[in-house]
Design a protein around this ligand. Sequence first.
Ligand code: NAG
Ligand code: NAG
Ligand code: NAG
Ligand code: NAG
Ligand code: NAG
Ligand code: NAG
Ligand code: NAG
Ligand code: NAG
Ligand code: NAG
Ligand code: NAG
Length: 495
Amino acid sequence: MGRLLLLLLLAVSASASEDAFIGVNIGTDLSDMPSPTQVVALLKAQNIKHIRLYDADKAMLLALAKTGISVTVSVPNDQLLGIGQSNATAANWVTRNILAHVPTTNITAIAVGSEVLTTLSNAAPILVSAMKFIQSALVASNLDSQIIVSTPHSSSIILDSFPPSQAFFNRSWDPIMVPLLKFLQSTGSYLMLNVYPYYDYMQSNGVIPLDYALFRPLPPNKEAVDSNTLLHYTNVFDAIVDAAYFAMSYLNFTNIPIVVTESGWPSKGDSSEPDATLDNANTYNSNLIRHVLNNTGTPKHPGIAVSTYIYELYNEDLRPGSVSEQNWGLFHASGVPVYILHLTGSGTVLANDTTNQTYCVARDSADPKMLQAALDWACGPGKVNCSPLLQGQPCYLPDSVIAHATYAFDSYYHQMAMADGTCNFNGVATITTTDPSHGSCRFPGSAGSNSTFVNGTALAPSSNSTVSGCRSQHFYNTFSRSMVFGVSLLSAVFL
Ligand SMILES: *[C@@H]1O[C@H](CO)[C@@H](O)[C@H](O)[C@H]1NC(C)=O
Ligand SMILES: *[C@@H]1O[C@H](CO)[C@@H](O)[C@H](O)[C@H]1NC(C)=O
Ligand SMILES: *[C@@H]1O[C@H](CO)[C@@H](O)[C@H](O)[C@H]1NC(C)=O
Ligand SMILES: *[C@@H]1O[C@H](CO)[C@@H](O)[C@H](O)[C@H]1NC(C)=O
Ligand SMILES: *[C@@H]1O[C@H](CO)[C@@H](O)[C@H](O)[C@H]1NC(C)=O
Ligand SMILES: *[C@@H]1O[C@H](CO)[C@@H](O)[C@H](O)[C@H]1NC(C)=O
Ligand SMILES: *[C@@H]1O[C@H](CO)[C@@H](O)[C@H](O)[C@H]1NC(C)=O
Ligand SMILES: *[C@@H]1O[C@H](CO)[C@@H](O)[C@H](O)[C@H]1NC(C)=O
Ligand SMILES: *[C@@H]1O[C@H](CO)[C@@H](O)[C@H](O)[C@H]1NC(C)=O
Ligand SMILES: *[C@@H]1O[C@H](CO)[C@@H](O)[C@H](O)[C@H]1NC(C)=O
């Protein structure tokens, strides 16, 4: 017992020195998926420093080169069987997808599969072998100290999750969870967990108050109390993370940290999803970011970092399923935020250009004749003040149709308060988040001018904390969240 406690204290002090970060998942099921270069431009503009990809896409990893952005890549579920059955296939995967990119691209973790136990149970028996094969290929290349190997789990593998102290992993998975946790422990890795208070709330039939799911303050008499530990829970997120700590310690693993690989809230849903709203999504994600970056930890492990990847960077219009499935993103494909996070007042330093700052520019591929016509229209009937484009004025150079059209388009777009449809010009214009200002030529909307600066959204509010990004192949249709609190106990607590 004493030894356990000591181990725990050591583990606690070891991870307490690390600050938690916020990352972002990047799913790609979009009909107009931005190019890797555009994705990276958005990540940089938003100061997002940690991302998770659902694969190891070559073009994306190349675009991420030399950015320093920390990347978790994934072995997609459909490649898992091959890798788990053959050391050579695993080594090959590592050569093609990892060795080809490090150290130029900062790959820091490999997620082997996604929610394998709950979505691909036929591959479960080879999951740990797959992780070990990948690990031994990393060891052979001397990369095992830089790149960790883990696998994201759905929190539905945790049963009886309230009170957290009674939680345990579904026993059917013990033959896999025990060697898996041994692997994480022996390699210094962490448990990857997907945490969705939205689903727990939706499936609780009113037992879980919305405020409790959204990290809003509850009156003390409404807080959930774990009757075994007397720990008070003020939000669902902490309760789920603590349930995972307790489920691990039930199997005698007490020093494995947790990284939340996915969490978020949808901003839109159909009539059966009335709480998928812009306001709730904004409240959840803003509060989540503040909670994580504050290094608050959980009631069981206060102050222990629980770094978290938000699900997700973009709304994915092509995802099948309910309306909410397509609306988990922080941004539209154009780079325009779906909502502006409420992060001011959190004591953090806001990045300057992380606001709803967009510009209208001429497309590189546009036909010069059409550009000229659009330019003439903007400076004429469009009533744009084009005098900065005259010879001797700040935006005269470079003296090209595309540069001048870009200035005129952006001026018009901002003159029209960036309203929908005002950056089109017969298809020769497009919206970007990169400020086209150069030299003394300041574009309308630039943070340097005082036209449209909006107060800040920043995913990485301070220099020593960060955001990263990607999404998981959830199969929400078959979602059966068992994370939900013992109904009788909760009703006792909340009534
Ligand atoms: C890679 O990411 C890690 C984690 O954020 C960071 O500590 C490290 O400095 C990054 N490496 C480079 C070369 O930027
Ligand atoms: C797998 O390959 C690595 C080298 O890449 C080797 O060190 C390890 O022993 C092999 N494991 C098995 C089970 O063959
Ligand atoms: C535990 O996992 C097994 C195997 O996937 C599943 O059949 C069973 O329904 C799960 N039990 C609970 C209570 O979710
Ligand atoms: C955990 O450790 C205790 C005490 O050593 C032991 O009795 C118990 O069987 C162990 N549980 C598991 C799942 O290994
Ligand atoms: C931040 O942490 C402090 C203690 O470390 C705590 O009192 C405070 O409530 C936390 N704030 C948020 C927003 O979680
Ligand atoms: C961002 O700006 C665009 C263009 O003006 C606007 O349509 C959108 O509503 C804004 N988004 C937010 C979250 O304010
Ligand atoms: C951000 O703002 C600070 C001070 O307001 C300024 O010095 C800095 O140049 C700005 N950075 C960018 C990228 O605009
Ligand atoms: C802001 O706008 C005002 C009037 O529109 C102008 O006088 C002032 O110089 C502008 N400031 C900056 C920093 O551009
Ligand atoms: C921006 O924030 C400042 C200080 O918090 C506030 O005074 C100002 O009204 C805000 N501006 C807008 C446009 O919200
Ligand atoms: C994080 O930044 C804040 C403000 O810049 C500073 O006070 C704090 O000491 C930093 N924390 C760490 C761990 O570097």
